[in-house]
Design a protein around this ligand. Structure first.
Ligand code: ADP
Ligand code: MG
Length: 701
């Protein structure tokens, strides 16, 4: 049967649709090339954008809908948002005086009159229209260069639009495939919707195919909403089920149980130059309890920048090495690994822990790897160099991943596989990019989380100021002098975006590290200024960082290589040039390099040009609370970019909003019910196949 029989005005004659329905063997996981109207070239483009299967195609939902309802006669048109229906002619396109802008103009006519239409940078519009056909146009009718025009309207051929409702979907363009192409392809697959099987045991019969159909072939705003509500529920169900299954799988694994060594841990804590915060104690305690069990720990340690996560890592590492197990700490940059090595070997070696550093720059790699394999080394701290196949351990018991969002699933897994056969290591993942509560409820609902919600004592808040570049001489330079000439000679980070001078296209507004350092040297001839960037040799980078942490550099002009983890408490002033170029989370991370000592710290966000500062920057000026900022970020950008693997866009939820806690709660309850009957996993084959991609995201290991 075809969708809802005659209710929809299908493009195909009835008999043919029926035929197509019956011929269509519904394997949702078959390739897109099997779809009507998709040739090899189109299939290639689709696949490139992650639309590989028929299922992917069906779930490539419209980004939005255009409403061409109730067009206005041109003679009655008023400024503001309008819908008109007419023919278009006199199309021309030209380059505007401003570089990189093309202007396409034309005239739209209906029986009552004519108006001018303008598009910017859409020169394909010249070729888009057939002068004999009628189209709908919708956009703003406004004054531009002294005359009223319809500005950059969206359009659709009249024959393509459901005349009863005027609604049409808008798809995200993928390469050559524009929204209209997706509409056309969807139209060709229209008959197949009837065959879409149900997927969730908890949904109503037929609800899925009906919802998918309504999402692609909308007939009223209300049915669009209902369809999308169902699809959001389905998506959350899959996500939560995946997270839940990960946990169940993890519980089946075996790990080495590590006994709690109260006495020795106490002694170690007493040897530290400071008192642990209560949050650090609590987190360590939670970790020790996990380690005592013969199943692998799977814990995320969340703590805002500067909250002292490294110390919790040190405590965990000590506990494991006391029991004779090996520990690996994975850090995203060599600078950070080196810094951890310096500070951890200093505090742990007196307690008999043999600590080693393994980065790309390590000299005697072969020798070191032998020592790791023989168990001579207890704790190895390293970068990606740790992940190579020839790095083998004797009894890897605990893996600690610092700044875990910096690593992909595969990288983390490589390390996890290095434990003795039949055993999985305990895992402690640390992150300063707080996971918003809503994400925690879904993706990480089944993860154990420890939170450092308390800063070490005596920290002063960082004062953040947005500054236009033209104001630097007056407002920033005196501050730099003040900081560097302070009694303890404090230090400055100056962050730039590019490395070389060059004025090439994209980065023309970005002042390079080198140019900036030269300029600062002229301004402050007495200060010691050095540069740091990713293209330097590892040994050079280490040397610069070493000098900076010893206080032998006053101003460090750097790219974002200092972004993660670097800890120099005497640095109290951070300048971020071209602040608009960074995301909120990244700016917060960068700023976290200061405010680590007892002196008051400052952060200046420099903006070029004279446009208003973005909301991002204003939020950052207002708050230093990473958890608050993460919520803001989630709202502004969606979850897709926030969390680790998500950098690859894997968790761009199609529709579900992670702020819909009621829907999340419903999906969660339904997942639990689903799992009570183990047979369900066999029965709901498509569901189980479909969630593998979520399973990869929702796992830490
Ligand atoms: P992050 O959580 O950002 O990784 P770090 O572990 O780098 O933070 O710690 C930041 C700084 O705070 C370090 O200089 C560290 O020695 C110091 N620190 C950690 N714990 C405490 C504490 N309980 N009291 C005082 N300083 C601490
Ligand atoms: Mg850190």
């Amino acid at each position: 049967m075809c969708p809802k029989g005659g209710r929809v005005t299908a493009g195909e004659p009835a008999e043919r649709s029926v035929l197509l329905c019956y011929n269509w063997g519904m394997d949702l996981f078959s390739g897109v090339e099997n779809l009507n109207g998709v040739g090899p070239k189109t299939a290639e483009v689709l696949k490139k954008y992650g639309i590989r299967t028929v299922r992917d195609f069906l779930y490539n939902l419209p980004r939005d809908y255009e409403n061409f309802e109730a067009p206005t006669s041109i003679s009655e048109i008023r400024p503001g948002k309008v819908v008109v229906r007419g023919k278009i002619d006199s199309l021309t396109t030209r380059r505007a005086r401003r570089r990189n802008l093309s202007v396409t103009e034309g005239v739209i006519r209906d029986k009552t009159g004519a108006i001018k239409v303008v598009w910017f940078n859409q020169s394909y519009r010249v070729r888009q229209f057939n002068p004999d056909k009628e189209y709908y146009f919708t956009g703003n009718f406004e004054l531009k260069n002294g005359r009223y025009s319809l500005i950059s309207p969206s359009c659709a051929e009249v024959s393509e639009i459901n005349p009863m409702t005027g609604l049409t979907p808008i798809y995200v363009a993928h390469g050559k495939l524009k929204s209209s192409d997706f509409k056309r392809l969807m139209g060709k697959s229209r008959e197949m919707f009837a065959q879409i099987p149900d997927m969730l045991p908890t949904a109503q019969k037929g609800e899925r195919k009906e919802s998918l159909f309504r999402a692609h072939f909308p007939d009223s705003l209300r049915s669009i909403k209902e369809a999308r509500d169902y699809l959001a529920y389905e998506e959350l169900f899959e996500l939560i089920l995946a997270a839940r299954l990960n946990r169940l799988e993890n519980e089946k694994l075996k790990a080495i149980a590590v006994p709690f060594e109260v006495g020795k841990i106490r002694k170690f804590v007493a040897s530290l130059p400071f008192k642990l915060t209560n949050a650090q104690r609590r987190a360590a305690w939670e970790i020790f309890q996990d380690l005592e069990k013969p199943v692998p720990m799977n814990r995320l340690l969340q703590g805002d920048v500067g909250s002292g996560k490294t110390m919790v890592a040190a405590l965990s590492a000590l506990e494991v090495t006391l029991a004779g197990g090996q520990v690996a700490i994975l850090a995203p940059t060599a600078i950070l690994a080196t810094q951890h090595f310096d500070s951890l070997s200093r505090i742990l070696e007196p307690f008999g822990v043999k600590v080693a550093l393994l980065t790309g720059a390590t000299k005697q790699k072969v020798e070191l790897k032998k020592q790791i394999k023989s168990g001579e080394v207890d704790l190895v701290i390293g970068t990606h160099a740790l992940l190579t196949d020839d790095t083998e351990f004797k009894n890897l018991t605990l893996v600690i991943i610092d700044e875990q969002h910096r690593f992909g699933v595969e990288q983390r897994q490589k390390l996890m596989l290095k434990s003795p056969a039949g055993l999985a290591p305990h895992l402690l993942a640390m992150t300063a990019t707080p996971i918003p509560r809503s994400l925690q409820l879904t993706v990480f609902g089944d993860l154990d989380v420890s939170i450092l919600n308390e800063m070490p004592r005596g920290r002063k808040p960082i004062t953040t100021t947005i500054l236009k570049e033209v104001e630097t001489r007056e407002k920033l330079y005196p501050k730099i002098t003040e900081v560097v000439e302070a009694p303890h000679r404090q230090q400055v980070y100056w962050i730039c975006k590019a490395i070389e001078d060059g004025n090439s296209g994209m980065v023309s507004e970005v002042t390079s590290v080198k140019a900036r350092a030269r300029k600062l040297s002229t301004l402050f001839p007495k200060f010691r200024i050095e540069i740091l960037h990713g293209k330097m040799k590892p040994a050079e980078k280490d040397a610069v960082m070493e000098r900076f942490s010893q206080g032998r550099i006053d101003i460090l002009v750097s790219t974002t290589v200092v972004e993660v983890g670097v800890d120099v408490p005497n640095a109290t002033l951070m300048v971020i040039e071209n602040a608009e170029a960074y995301g909120l989370a990244q700016l917060h991370q960068l700023r976290g390099r200061v405010g680590r000592g007892e002196a008051a710290s400052f952060c200046f966000l420099l903006t070029s040009g004279d446009f208003q500062p973005s909301r991002r920057l204003r939020e950052l000026e207002k708050s230093t609370d990473g958890f608050y900022l993460a919520e803001v970020d989630l709202k502004m950008r969606g979850p897709g970019e926030i969390y680790g693997a998500l950098q690859h866009g894997a968790l761009d939820l199609r529709i579900a909003s992670l702020s819909d806690t009621r829907l999340i709660a419903r999906a969660q309850a339904d997942v639990l019910k689903f799992l009570q009957n183990p047979e369900n996993m066999l029965k709901y084959d498509e569901l189980m196949r479909g969630i593998t991609k979520y399973q990869q995201i929702t796992t830490l290991n």
